[in-house]
Write a protein that binds this ligand. Structure first.
Ligand SMILES: Cc1ncc(COP(=O)(O)O)c(C=O)c1O
Length: 365
């Protein structure tokens, strides 16, 4: 039996009728850009997250860049963020002309709030916490620090649709937040997509103009913008999938509970969820001894696993110019040697998880 970590083919089978209906509905109308489907999706996101405004855009990366740009982050500013993330967290900061400043992670792989204070300089303008794997950062502490130092908080919520901290949805803590609807996210489009949420009307209006070439009407360019619109086809599919999001997260959560029950050795560490957090589990990242050997061993039994990621952000060739070196972030470097994700998607059968756990336990016995 081959057990894949990506579920998209099975997902299509489960939702085939509804997805094809979504596509038909949009195509029949003969209008594909910034149609009511996009506005409907934005409204649904506001209702789901409790945010006042939402704008659908082309990707999570664009959502991040527009959030930073909209919040006024620019050349010479420093933005504090985590060394454990996808490169887009950092490239978005660099693309608006600012400098990413890393702060090490805690045992939950998210930025450690206690270390933020010492990274603040006169140039620090914002903190960008990344809710890695779908677990919201300790936003109470982060907001306290931001308030004390008059810093803007921009959440990289790319992985955290459906995640909560103290019963408040991810992305509703900061000035503005960026989400991804990439196919591998829990709320996923048929290709690239993303959105921003904010409670500030001025910011919403600014980004609304920016995502569509700065156009106010057909022939009136107010500012120089970009083309970063969420396609109507994606919006319609996302609107349908939003109704199923809770169910998908629950199924993933239940699979992880089975892993917790069946893995019977201390070489595999599954990070506990605190009472204050509801993890969306976009990825199921565990910390394992002899990670690379384990991965090879599982391959022999056709069990796929993935590593997010082997290299912390400060040690890439592309980020060398920031001046960091090996040894700068102890936890990030230690954990990236151990991280490995096992299949946990909503289509897995109980016997498949039992098989994976047995093989993991066998490896360490
Ligand atoms: C933490 C994080 N930030 C930003 C992004 C970028 O999102 P996108 O791939 O939609 O551009 C991702 C995508 O995986 C991500 O995981």
């Amino acid at each position: 039996m081959k057990i894949e970590i990506i579920d998209l083919k099975k997902r299509f089978q489960e939702e085939k009728i509804e997805i094809l209906e979504c596509i038909k509905r949009v195509l029949k109308k003969g209008n594909l850009i910034l149609t009511p489907e996009v506005a409907n999706f934005e409204k649904s996101i506001c209702k789901f997250t409790g945010s006042k405004y939402c704008l659908g855009v082309n990707s999570g990366t664009d959502a991040l860049m527009m959030s930073l740009w909209g919040a006024g982050i620019s050349r010479g500013d420093e933005v504090i963020t985590s060394p454990i993330s996808f490169i887009a967290s950092v490239s978005s900061i660099i693309h608006v002309g600012a400098k990413p400043v890393f702060v090490d992670v805690d045992n939950d792989l998210n930025i450690k709030p206690d270390l933020i204070q010492s990274a603040i300089t006169k140039k620090t303008k914002a903190i960008m916490p990344v809710h890695w794997t779908g677990r919201v950062c300790q936003m109470d502490k982060i907001l306290q620090i931001a308030k004390k130092h008059n810093l803007i908080v921009i959440e990289d919520a790319a992985q955290s649709m459906g995640a909560y901290f103290n019963n408040k949805h991810a992305g509703t803590y900061g000035k503005i937040s960026a989400f991804s609807t990439h196919p591998l996210k829990n709320l996923n489009a048929l290709g690239d997509g993303g959105f921003v949420i904010t409670n500030e009307k001025k910011l919403y209006n600014k980004i609304k103009l920016y995502r569509n070439h700065g156009l106010k009407g057909r022939d009136n360019v107010e500012i120089i913008g970009v083309n970063s619109r969420l396609d109507s086809l994606h919006a319609e599919v996302l609107n349908f999938r939003l109704k199923r999001l809770k169910n998908i997260i629950e199924r993933k959560q239940s699979n992880i509970n089975l892993y917790r029950k069946l893995i019977n050795n201390n070489k595999v560490h599954i990070i506990e969820d605190k009472k204050t957090e509801k993890n969306a589990y976009v990825m199921f990242v565990t910390l394992c001894e002899e990670r690379d050997k384990l991965q090879k061993y599982l391959q022999k039994f056709k069990i796929q696993s993935l590593i997010y990621y082997k290299t912390p952000l400060h040690l890439h060739k592309a980020t060398k110019f920031l001046g960091y070196k090996k040894g700068d972030f102890f936890n990030a470097e230690k954990f990236t040697k151990k991280v490995i994700s096992f299949p946990h998607h909503q289509h897995l059968k109980k016997k498949e998880i039992e098989f994976i756990c047995k093989k993991i336990n066998d490896f360490y016995s």
